[in-house]
Design a protein around this ligand. Sequence first.
Ligand SMILES: *Cc1c(COP(=O)(O)O)cnc(C)c1O
Length: 402
Amino acid sequence: MSKFRVEIGILAVKFNEMKDSKEFGINTICVHTGEVKDTQFKGAVSPMFVSTSYAFEGVDVKRYPRYFNTPNQEMLCKKIAALEHTEDGLIFGSGMAAISSAMFAFLKTGDHVILQQVIYGGTFNLVVSEFEKYGIEYSFTESDKVADFKALIKKNTKILYIETPSNPLLGITDLNAISSLASEHKIITMIDNTFASPINQNPADFGIDIILHSATKYMGGHSDISAGAIAASKEHIAQIWKTAINFGGNLSDYTVWLLERSLKTLNIRVKEQTKNAHEMAVYLENNAQIDRVYYPGLKSHPQYALAKKQMKGFGAMLSFELREGIDAMDFQNALKLIKPSMSLAGLESTTVSPAQTTHALLSEEERLERGIRDGLIRFSVGIEESQDLIEDIEQALLACAK
Ligand SMILES: *Cc1c(COP(=O)(O)O)cnc(C)c1O
């Protein structure tokens, strides 16, 4: 009995030593990095610390939920940082809490921000409805080409903001070129990395400074958590933290705990979704009822080579255009397994028709300028068997053709 105990003890010590190393594989990071140790009962999973009141332990450690430093928050940030290959991280109550805190942390009156033309609608709204009030200037590029960003740089430009792959047409922005351009001019780079997830793209490896996520999407993954995340250097996180504690966008510790649980399967979920998406893209490209497929993993994608260079996998989001004569709403209503949804990235496959939803407020002309045709369907591919998804699409197309 005592011998057995000793052996277990040695194993535990070895494991703890290993934990400090940065050499872990992705699934080990997902499962173990940043777990809160249950030293009292030695339980297998992180205990949840829900206190909002902690003893004063000196000026350096003032624990309080809105300071982003409860035990569960602090530990989960280590997993976020490890996943994104950065020194540090922060987690928020929503993607927009993360994005707004990051932007306002670096901006003041008179500053200028350059944003990629196609960005998430909520971020677009943040910029056009809030920046003017604070005297912050902004410009949107004409495309995702680096020359467009360069042409807009002014003396007061503080941030270059990108999103790749972009929504809903899966355009690819050159991470290396953007980060070199920005560092030449001492400008901070920010990326919304939600669509790729850290499994398919690590922008820090290409010199991007601040990596933003709606953790409501792939990180949460089960369509039941609202959260956001930032990954960056210690220095940048410290600066964002100073603003974030004033805006108060912290995540509750109950949800932090759920997010940690979700992240344990991030790699296996996203890998499976990505594999499925690739199969769906190939199937759709060869379907006569479909005019066009937008997926960075297809050789027909104009930026396939760039995507291959900077992405580890091509992601689980794609878009396609129904052939003329098939109505996007009729098609979605005819689907039985795949659900129409405004959100994305869940285990379940979902579709959205941008012309009728996310881009409905634009005129038809403005939509066409952005390449959003009426028959465009954005497809968030889940983990169902790809054959079942294909059969669902087949029967829906058949029903609509009638
Ligand atoms: C959903 C989403 C956001 C916003 O995240 P919330 O969690 O809804 O605040 C930002 N960027 C992208 C790409 C998204 O899909």
